[in-house]
Write a protein that binds this ligand. Structure first.
Ligand code: KG4
Ligand code: ZN
Length: 369
């Protein structure tokens, strides 16, 4: 690969793969340091609440209504006009196709109207690189990506160079938080609701299973935990607020323990980095304090460096999409423009090819809850 990393790039990013309508402008300097000039996110949880999960059609309609305003705000806050940006990067998948189409089509229109480079971005690459918005996390690193649609362990050895070590065989980590929240009547978004409900709860009251405990490799499984929570809740006659807190705390602990145990296995497999190996955690579930604490303890025990992007860059945002575009510009990994402009939104788009014989993954299955 030819290194063309000799100048700075200013990129408008657009993210519409789920229920967040987001636009951001970032500048990546030639030395890799980044400045987030604006980072606008509009989240429309209200309209979905009555359905207990994200409804793709409602999300797509909300993106149509909000995206122009969000892009305008991102440009205004950045203090730049379109002629001062180098490129427009937009999520092209994986995600809910209706929403991705809104963002990608808007990006194409802006690129054509202002004669800018269009960069279709894999949403998972945005999460994988998001840590580099705020710190120098040199390649290679081991990535634990834990979001509403994905749970993966990936060796990241450079921009566009990803090797998958493990993935979930059923639910994603965030999905299991969302389903548990629904089961316990906590509402959505599930992750933060479970985390709040768990405050004051006893994590050791319910002994939930350790998924895949005797299975080699780094895959994950969350569906058994969800079933165990349902059975424990059903065994209580008329659950009190304390029962709900104990169930939430016990589930959260079991989920964090599972994530930590599988990560430990991946650490043993991942190629070591000099002078010190690094674990990077990204995706919405990385905002969870119990998950964070257990991974901190693991990294301290193994003498690994640990990076968590700030919470606003862990959950879906457009700064990470702009960054992925800027990083691609820096190393010359941009598709020919006729190809980029013809690209269709993708519901599925694995970041790293699955190991031989494994089931193809890398896409949201649909509404999260
Ligand atoms: O990365 P993200 O914003 O969107 C996807 O790409 O999926 O992740 C959203 C997921 C949701 O499932 C949400 O419940 C979960 O991240 N999440 C959390 C927390 N904050 C968000 N899970 C556990 N604890 C949290 N504090
Ligand atoms: Zn995401």
């Amino acid at each position: 690969m030819v290194e063309t990393d000799d100048r700075s790039f200013t990129v408008l990013g657009i993210e519409t793969s789920c229920d967040d309508t987001a636009a951001a402008v970032i500048r990546r300097r030639a030395d890799g340091a980044c400045q987030v000039l604006s980072n606008e996110v509009w989240t429309d949880h209200g309209d979905h609440a009555a359905f207990g999960g994200i409804v793709p059609e409602i999300a797509a309609r909300s993106h149509v209504e909000r995206l122009d305003i969000t892009v305008t705000k991102a440009m205004t806050v950045s203090g730049l006009s379109f002629d001062k940006i180098d490129a427009v990067a937009a999520t092209a998948g994986p995600g809910l196709v209706g929403g991705v189409m809104v963002g990608l089509t808007t990006a194409k229109a802006i690129a054509l109207a202002h004669t800018k480079t269009l960069i279709p971005v894999n949403h998972l690459e945005g999460h994988a690189l998001s840590v580099r918005l705020t710190e120098t996390a040199p390649f290679p690193y081991l990535l634990l990506l834990i979001s509403g649609g994905h749970t993966q362990l990936i060796e990241v050895s450079g921009v566009g160079r990803y090797h998958r070590l493990g993935t979930t065989i059923d639910d994603a980590a965030g999905e299991s938080f969302d389903k548990t929240a629904k089961l316990l009547g906590l509402g959505q978004p599930g992750g933060p609701r479970v985390e709040s409900a768990a405050v004051g709860g006893r994590y050791d009251r319910f002994q939930f299973p350790k998924p895949l405990e005797r299975r080699a490799g780094c895959d994950f499984s969350f569906s058994g935990l969800k079933t165990a929570v349902r059975e424990a809740a059903a065994s209580l006659d008329c659950p009190t607020a304390q029962d709900i807190a104990d169930l939430a705390a016990s589930f959260q602990y079991a989920a964090a323990r599972h994530l930590t145990q599988r990560t430990e296995k991946a650490m043993a497999i991942a190629a070591p980095a000099e002078p010190k190996s690094r674990l990077v955690v990204a995706g919405g579930v990385a905002a969870n304090c119990t998950v964070k604490k257990m991974l901190q303890d693991l990294c301290a025990a193994k003498s690994w460096d640990l990076s968590f992007p700030p919470a606003k860059y862990c959950t879906d945002n457009a700064a990470m999409i702009a960054l992925a575009g800027a990083e691609r510009l820096a190393v010359g990994l941009i598709p020919p423009q006729e190809e980029a402009l013809a690209m269709a939104p993708r519901a599925r788009w694995p970041l790293a090819p699955p190991p031989e014989g494994a089931e193809i993954g890398g896409g949201r299955k649909g509404p999260k809850a």
